[in-house]
Design a protein around this ligand. Sequence first.
Ligand SMILES: [Zn+2]
Ligand SMILES: [Zn+2]
Length: 353
Amino acid sequence: MSVPATMRAARLHRVRSATEPELVTVDEVPVPAPGPGEVLVAIKACGVCASDLHVVQGVTPHGPVLPQVLGHEPAGVVAAVGDGVDGWMAGDRVAFQMARPCGRCAYCDVGREALCRDLSVPGVDADGAQAEYAIADPRFLTPLPSTIPFEQAAILTDAVATPYHALKRGGVGEGVVVAIFGLGGLGMHAVQLAKLAGADVVGVDLDPVNLERALDWGADEVVDASDGKPARRIKELTGGGVDRSFEFVGSNATVDQALKCLKPGGRATIVGLTPQPMQLMPEALFVASELELVGSFGSTAADLNELIDLVDAGRLDLSRSVTHRTDIEGFPDALRQLESRDEHPIRIVVTYE
Ligand SMILES: [Zn+2]
Ligand SMILES: [Zn+2]
């Protein structure tokens, strides 16, 4: 595979501020060369994600290094390998996690890479993969069976793996009753994965189109949260509350409702991010009901491998997940569409020739 000298890449030049909008452009830049122990991947598809919005809005914990290539949900084909890389060769189909844990700390040792103190996430705090080529760490490459289209592999790495990880943190299974708050890309996949695990699912959202779609994707019930008190309705529907709730919105109001809709002994798992301090129910109620509140962040290499097996085996159908596609020149518009929710995208993917 011959690698050109330059490529198209979607880059952030300026984060949004009170006085100026962000500046994202598609630029002609040098193709990065794989260093020792690195792999160069020709990107075939890369998802557009709410985390990209957080980067351009300047609300990530570690700011971007400008100008920075965005994108952290890639899949593609190995184009070249650096010195000392074994087991990979040009032409291999791959999916990969952009997150780069250190691989040496106590958390990495037990497979909880998301907690690594030295975690770097290219696309968020370094050059990412919304480009014709990107550098990958071979430790986080996963072989991609030919049965899985690149655009589905791209969304697996975050949009599907993040809710999958959360469902494992929360604990779902046959007959477990769950409520899922926020039926965007992550929440819709949570509905699908919870049903696959045998759970009874209540979907919660403000948007009637999203509620209708959740029913279509297998949710047993949906609750319109526009009165601000969906927990009350969930308790009526379930005869006293759910076993597990999952919050994909990242707001105080939904975290509060995700706790309040639990039955005694229930567990709420929070995935959405907000810088606001938590404001919760009366403490005595939390204690007397023996509730549990856990956070879930990102996913692991093991999650991605398990999901690839599920899709390859035909058990997880992602054919409806990518609702909008564009080429890289359309990336700035795709970001705007994600923010406005125009046409209710589940997932927008940039595809490459
Ligand atoms: Zn993402
Ligand atoms: Zn580590």
